[in-house]
Ligand binder design. Sequence first.
Ligand code: NAD
Length: 494
Amino acid sequence: MYRIDHWIDGHTVASTSGRNGNIFDPATGQVQGTVAFADVSEVDKAVANAKAALPAWRATNLSRRAEIMFNMRELVSANRKEIAALLTKEHGKVTADALGELARGLENIEYACGIPNLLKGGYSEQASAGVDVYNIRQPLGVVAGITPFNFPAMVPMWMFANAVACGNTFILKPSEKDPSAAMLIAELLKQAGLPDGVFNVVHGDKVAVDRLLDHPDIAAVSFVGSTPIARYIYETGTKNGKRVQALGGAKNHMLVLPDADLDMAADALVSAAYGSAGERCMAISVVLAVDTIADDLVGKVQSRIPNVVVGNGNDPSSEMGPLITGEHRDKVASYVAGAAGEGAEVVVDGRDGAPTAGFFLKPSLIDHAKPGMKCYDDEIFGPVLTVVRVKSYEEGLQLINDNQFGNGTAIFTRDGGVARQFQFDVNVGMVGINVPIPVPVSYYSFGGWKASLFGDLHMYGPDGIQFYTRSKVVTSRWPDPRTSKVDLGFPQNR
Ligand code: NAD
């Protein structure tokens, strides 16, 4: 058993709230540790420290900020096996997947290494006689990040790298289900040279989140999690005058056209639906199969499923680990249990033969699903792939555009013209063309449409820099005293 406490002002601070949560080992189902749940005074302490650290940090020169990010890049890279082990221990994902998460997270630290270039403003010389106009981007102040269980290292990296490099100080409230990675990241940031108080971690639940949302010294909130909570965070945070970006859930469809390479499509479907036990916001959870190839495609996916090795994430032969909690495993299983009653066909039932210790399910495949069925309408967030058969490209596109979510989507085809049309027509924020999980690289930005994102700016990349800064425009004149005179007219440049 181990204990996770807060990280405030550069060191671990034991919680005195008396409120705690259990940390499970998803592979065994046993409680392996406890995590502190902050009360209001603990959040206030973290915010006060972040506020105190702000003046010196925002005055720190850009080269030094870049140097710290370069140091952090090296430290995360050097410690990647240790961080990955923590992800497997608390989240359950297999080691290769945990290392993949870190590689994608590290991209965001690399992006932030370019902060001197990213913060360059524009300059207009001689906007009027002797007048120059330029804009600068300044940090917002103390900002908060609230993150989900499914990427305990990568999603915090989406946020803090840019936030801190832009000159803000940061409070992270990680998922209470797998809180350890955040603490190792905090230690590495300290080793990288980040001054104490610039990066803080408070653990907890709704109490901590609500305090961050109404604390007057928090300028902005970045959130990633489920749609109902994302909506709540956005509405509450903006009502309290904060800048908010809140990324929500997903139901990502892959449209497979008759001309696609069906073996390649089936490989992609199995990887994208069952990788990380389907607990990815960019997982493919629905395949739209055009009628003429649907039987073939379902058969190819079905034949691949028995080869997916389900087991403890530490076992190098495992390809898919357990789900995060017993409660979540049971909820996912309930969609499979209910599918036949809704009129769908359960082709592969992942409840059969799943390891009984720990929170395991094997991959499930549900065919002949339709809108109106829970197995189609809800975000299941588990290893369940649902097939909807469609007559045409147009019917598939309509289903995607009618869906409440708009996080990711993919089309599999050999026809460039149709793929180009799909990219033009589809109401989804991230689109893959023969790419099943189109998570943008760090120099673009990540974000869905519709109920998958509340707010105007996407996460990380150029939008991230914009989110964590505000623009100031300076109009400047250094007049020659000899030309000075009183002029009450409105300043003009013609
Ligand atoms: P969640 O919404 O339950 O929790 C996310 C965060 O919110 C956690 O830190 C949690 O402690 C906090 N929280 C939970 N309930 C709260 C409440 N009532 N009030 C205030 N705060 C609360 O999400 P999760 O289960 O940790 O993560 C899975 C979800 O996240 C899925 O829906 C998935 O699609 C989504 N997700 C989305 C993206 C994206 O980029 N769009 C990325 C990853 C995960």
